[in-house]
Design a protein around this ligand. Structure first.
Ligand code: SF4
Ligand code: SF4
Length: 374
């Protein structure tokens, strides 16, 4: 049996969050939390997005956790590796972390530059930040969002931030479709999950539509938590309207921990709860389409039939997408031209779409994709 805690919280009010966090953590894996001194809070800091954009973990949730652990005499580190080559200082500042570090004795750690350990699981070799292994207590603090490539992003996908930024870009090239990427995420979970003491999903505000950065901001009014990462993601994804098959890593992750979906428990009032009007159609369709295609043909299918990403006139020519592309499919802007995407090279990893701070990369469905998703 795996328990998932859920609380209705409508706004980022610190006293309410502090009470919820303390309540949830009473269920955390106890002995290491008591024994160890250093805590790593691992938020989702995808890029330099203001908290109201609902792309990154809200600083008020982190503040509640900081206060909880400082009160118990712990040393608090907050670490993530923002995507691609994004400047960490601008991420700390825009996401509200710099303000926290000025008000509390906490350390901000850029996991992209702090060294890594190379580990292997099921034939998949991964570089995981050294900082993760240096902290006795790890608290995963994810954001509640849809995801253009994986359909849903919650606690398990948030572990991807333990991989240094530019290495993440490389892995997107190495695992170009969502099934291979899911296998890689599963290996990452097998290697790191047992060390995570507790996971939260900040869904007080979250995102539907085509997340994880350019979707629709929603006030879901939910904070979720569990010691089990797959159970937590399963419940969060289900409340958004996804089935287990829609999110390719969910069922294997539950199996890995020997958890039956029917044995995941939630508070009685949330047993049949669904987020109203959740817009998940756009992110569900590509997974649905891929299921129909034999594995050997997926790469070619991805290129021709599913979607095309195109730079719109909202572009500010910042160059972030060019640096984020794992297969160098985006040519840089010039004085007279926006960046352009070479559709023959593009592997639809969605990194540019995720990383663009101006929501300037649009997703266009092919005729076939429109037919299937209509
Ligand atoms: S598309 Fe977005 S990320 Fe790329 S250059 Fe334009 S504004 Fe920057
Ligand atoms: S153009 Fe965008 S979606 Fe295509 S491979 Fe590059 S980063 Fe990924």
């Amino acid at each position: 049996m795996a328990d998932v805690q859920i609380r209705k919280i409508e706004a980022y009010e610190l006293p309410v969050l502090e009470a919820a966090v303390a309540d949830f953590l009473a269920n955390a894996r106890g002995s290491r939390i008591k024994r160890c001194k250093r805590v790593l809070l691992k938020p989702n800091l995808l890029g330099a997005f203001a908290p109201e954009r609902a792309v990154t973990t809200h600083p008020a949730v982190l503040e509640a956790l900081i206060r909880y652990f400082l009160d118990r005499g712990k040393e608090v580190w907050i670490g993530d590796s923002p995507g691609g080559s994004v400047n960490a200082d601008s991420v700390w500042k825009t996401c509200g972390l710099l303000d926290l570090a000025e008000r509390y004795p906490v350390k901000l750690v850029n996991l992209s530059t702090a060294g890594f350990r190379e580990l292997e699981h099921a034939g998949i070799s991964l570089k995981v930040s050294e900082v993760f292994w240096q902290c006795g207590i790890v608290i995963n603090v994810a954001k509640y969002k849809t995801h253009g490539m994986m359909a849903f992003t919650g606690a398990l996908k948030n572990l991807y931030g333990l991989i240094p930024g530019l290495v993440k870009t490389e892995y997107h090239g190495r695992y170009p479709n969502n099934r291979d990427f899911a296998a890689m995420l599963l290996a990452l979970y097998a290697l790191t999950g047992p060390k995570v003491n507790y996971s939260f999903i900040d869904g007080i505000t979250g995102m539907d539509g085509v997340g994880p950065s350019a979707g629709r901001v929603r006030n879901f009014g939910l904070l979720l938590g569990s010691t089990s990462i797959p159970a937590l993601d399963y419940i969060a994804a289900r409340m958004l309207g996804f089935s287990l098959r829609d999110v390719p890593y969910l069922l294997p992750a539950l199996h890995l921990d020997g958890i039956l979906p029917s044995r995941v428990s939630v508070p009685t009032s949330f047993r049949h709860f669904q987020i109203p009007d959740a817009d998940i159609k756009a992110v569900k369709f590509s997974a649905d389409l891929l299921k129909l295609v034999p594995r050997f043909a997926r790469h070619g299918f991805n290129k021709v039939y599913s979607i095309q990403l195109r730079v719109s006139t909202r572009c500010r020519k910042c160059g972030i997408c060019v640096q984020s592309c794992p297969v160098q499919a985006i040519s840089a802007a010039t004085a007279t031209r926006f960046p352009s995407i070479n559709q023959n090279k593009c592997i639809k990893c969605m990194c540019c779409h995720e990383m663009c701070p101006h929501r300037a990369i649009d997703i266009h469905k092919s005729f076939v994709a429109r037919m299937v998703s209509s």
